[in-house]
Design a protein. Structure first.
Length: 310
């Protein structure tokens, strides 16, 4: 029987069968996935095949279908291992706020880089519209121009506004959407509005006091009333990309991808190299300064520290 893993507790997996029913299943023996050093063999979002255990009322996961994509972070327990947060995602809703808390463009750009690395289309959801003052709205307009310009959708919403929620609901139908963003931006509040009756805990104390090293990384998927799923995970705010070299970073900055073909040196890092097409585009304003600053920070971060696994 085919099913989709929607919750993992470590040893048991809650799977949703094609008819919508929920089934608890375990893993048969040890799953070894080619080339992946992960702490969890099966992740939320996986399409699996379930076999009934002989003579028992329980099910075993006997096969995982190939993942369309997946998003990983470094394991909180083992520095050298990776933890799959979720798989088979259709889109990322990156929830950000202009205030309470203020999301920086540096954070946005790091998350976009990660989404691009995993081939996940991203929409920026700017939440808490109801509390914005003129200054916040001005900053929103700037951010909107920057990201629209390079092809990302951006929406200004309030979790308290019915109309905003209805519009978001339309964008979620039949898709698997990962919600990510800083603690406190309103991810759980939005999800509670989007899925009536869900009642996720909002503003969990632990997420404010804990620096993230021990946050639960078990993600959970919530079926949407009109089809599709939402994945909410507190752990994702500490996302770390893996396996990226300084030369690769510009490949994942969408506005740089094409332009960098014109750089004189094909290993150009776009810092101070002569005849750099990126620096030229920065001069003309074709590339936004904030994006370029994020780019530099990421490249320098890879060189300067061991933060990014190499
Ligand atoms: N004014 C206003 N407050 C909001 C809105 N959305 C969420 N909040 C409040 O912001 C606070 C944080 O919301 P949460 O939904 O817990 O935030 P979260 O992103 O899930 O945070 P973590 O689970 O820690 O990652 C709560 O007090 C919410 O009531 C909004 O649109 N407007
Ligand atoms: Mg939350
Ligand atoms: Zn260059």
């Amino acid at each position: 029987m085919k099913a989709k893993v929607i919750k993992s507790t470590g040893s048991w997996y809650v799977c949703q069968a094609e008819d919508g029913s929920l089934i608890n299943a375990r893993i048969k023996g040890k799953f070894r996935l080619k080339g992946l050093k992960t702490t969890n063999p099966i992740a939320v979002g996986d399409e699996v095949v379930l076999d009934k255990e002989e003579g028992l009322n329980t099910y075993m996961i006997s096969k995982i279908e190939e993942r369309k994509n997946y998003i990983i972070r470094r394991s909180p327990r083992n520095f050298y291992k990776q933890h799959i947060i979720a798989s088979n995602l259709d889109q990322l809703f990156l929830v950000i706020t202009m205030r309470m808390p203020r999301t920086s463009t540096g954070f946005i750009d790091r998350m976009l880089l990660i989404a691009e690395m995993h081939h996940i289309p991203t929409v920026l959801i700017v939440n808490k519209r109801d509390i914005y003052k003129e200054k916040d709205l001005e900053r929103f307009e700037q951010i909107k121009a920057t990201y629209n310009n390079i092809g990302y959708g951006i929406r200004l919403v309030s979790a308290q506004d019915k109309k905003d929620i209805e519009l978001l609901q339309n964008d979620l139908v039949d898709k698997t959407t990962l919600f990510a963003g800083h603690s406190g931006v309103g991810k759980s509040t939005l999800i509670n509005q989007l899925i009536p009756g869900l009642d996720l805990t909002t503003r969990e104390l632990s997420t404010y006091t804990d620096k993230g090293t021990h946050t639960t990384t078990f993600a959970e998927m919530y079926p949407l009333p009109n089809g599709g799923y939402i994945v909410d995970t507190p752990g994702i705010k500490e996302l770390e990309a893996v396996h990226i070299e300084p030369e690769e970073v510009s490949h994942y900055f969408v506005e740089m991808q094409e332009k960098m073909q014109d750089c004189k040196f094909n290993n150009c890092l776009h810092r101070n190299e002569p005849k750099c097409a990126i620096l030229a585009a920065l001069e003309t304003g074709e590339i936004a300064l904030s994006r370029y600053e994020s780019y530099l920070k990421i490249v320098d971060g890879i060189s300067a520290t061991d933060y990014w696994e190499r």
